[in-house]
Design a protein around this ligand. Structure first.
Ligand code: AMP
Length: 379
């Protein structure tokens, strides 16, 4: 009986625990919040990640440690790695914590990216805008997620406002300026690498965001096989370069048939939630298999799936539950504006059936705007 320790007790940890139960696994979860939602399904250690006493209590009885988010302080990851096996390796976390090192790694691996520049002063921002061109996006290098810590520069007059908004953070989080990509669609690869180097990837997902936060995913993304192969090759090179173990997500922009990497996540990912019902082995189960050194499961899709994120508060589950391919996930969190409180997935056997189901669900839940781009993409 193995015990997996998870740093971070949000919905990703919760779904890891739920996936691990049939494998006979036990879990311990560490989170600073006493009401962390994974604490409803596994023993929770409450305390700060940077506190060694807390970490020591947490790893007592733990066979392997992993993460449900990437912004774990580097010294906490290193402290753990000196005592128990930690996957993914702390160096992968370190790269993913910093948009600049991430972009440099992509570029070094030959994975195309939008133009970018490190920014440490208003003058450097002016220069970078001139070099990269408008429109562009100023982002914090660290601690930004789901579109937070970003400022869009649409005209030279916006440069002052961008610096006023994010400049005060430059010393702590660092800043990066990126060219704005006029993409036709956003895609993600969810891949898994085992302790023995075995590599598998799920079919690509096509993703839609609302104000920087994932709103819907469609998988397998209806893209041609050549594009699919390029995306998987990018993910494989990244995983191998980082000597990665576990599930890894790579977010990509697709522009005129070319893929540009946006960012990576060294963990299970929101755009992979469809794999729970929509593939042979979910991202959560395969992450656990990988970190424990078990054989990886098949990542083939079962039918076609759409995942809808519920932000702020949950809608009525009944219309979704009445759908033959409908599956409901309530994370057990209290409602709060913008908070990820649950998701639904619809898995059926054809695009026609998916469109029909999404139309019914969209109308019944008053979520027509959320399902509309998915339906339009299948027209
Ligand atoms: P991020 O936090 O970097 O994943 O950004 C959140 C979302 O903002 C992305 O999924 C895109 O929809 C959008 N976005 C971020 N960076 C860019 C970019 N360089 N060009 C165009 N859109 C972007």
């Amino acid at each position: 009986m193995k015990t997996v320790g998870i740093l971070g007790g949000g919905q990703l940890a919760r779904m890891l625990v739920l996936a691990g139960a049939p494998l006979g696994l036990r879990f311990k979860v560490l989170d600073p919040a006493a009401d962390a939602c994974a604490g409803q399904v596994a023993p929770l250690t409450v305390g700060e990640y940077a506190d060694e006493g807390t970490l020591a209590r947490f790893i007592d009885g733990v066979d392997v440690a992993t993460f449900d988010f990437e912004n774990v302080p580097a010294q906490a990851a290193d402290w753990l790695a000196a005592r128990v096996p930690v996957f993914p390796p702390p160096q992968a976390l370190a790269v993913a914590q910093d948009r600049l090192s991430e972009k440099n790694l992509f570029r070094d691996l030959g994975i195309p990216v939008a133009p970018f520049a490190d920014v440490d002063s208003e003058a450097a921002l002016q220069d970078a805008v001139m070099k990269i061109g408008i429109p562009c996006i100023l982002k914090t290098r660290r601690l930004g997620y789901d579109g937070k810590g970003q400022f869009r520069i649409r005209a030279t007059e916006d440069i002052g406002a961008a610096w006023a908004a994010l400049g005060p953070q430059a010393a702590t989080t660092g800043l990066i300026l990126e060219g704005h990509v006029a993409f036709q669609c956003e895609l993600s690869v969810i891949a898994v690498r085992g302790r023995d180097g075995a590599f598998h990837a799920w079919p690509l997902a096509r993703n839609w965001h609302d104000e920087g936060v994932l709103s819907a995913s469609l998988a397998p993304a209806p893209v041609d096989a050549a594009l699919h192969a390029v995306a998987l090759d990018h993910a494989r090179r990244l995983a191998e370069a980082l000597d990665y173990v576990g599930v890894l997500a790579l977010e990509l922009f697709c522009r005129d048939g070319e893929l540009l990497a946006n960012e990576m996540a060294p963990r299970v990912h929101n755009s992979g939630h469809w794999t729970i019902e929509g593939s042979q082995t979910s991202q959560f189960e395969n992450h656990l298999r990988a970190v424990l050194g078990m054989p990886l499961g098949d990542t083939g899709a079962l039918g076609v799936s759409c995942m809808l994120n519920w932000l702020g508060e949950l809608p009525d589950p009944v219309p979704l539950m009445r759908e033959a391919g409908g599956h409901w996930h309530d994370y057990g969190k209290s409602p709060r504006p913008g908070r990820k409180v649950g998701h639904a997935s619809v898995r059926v056997n054809s695009h026609e059936a998916l469109v029909a189901a999404l139309q019914r669900v969209g109308v019944a839940l008053g979520r027509q705007a959320q399902v509309a781009p998915v339906i339009a993409s299948l027209a």
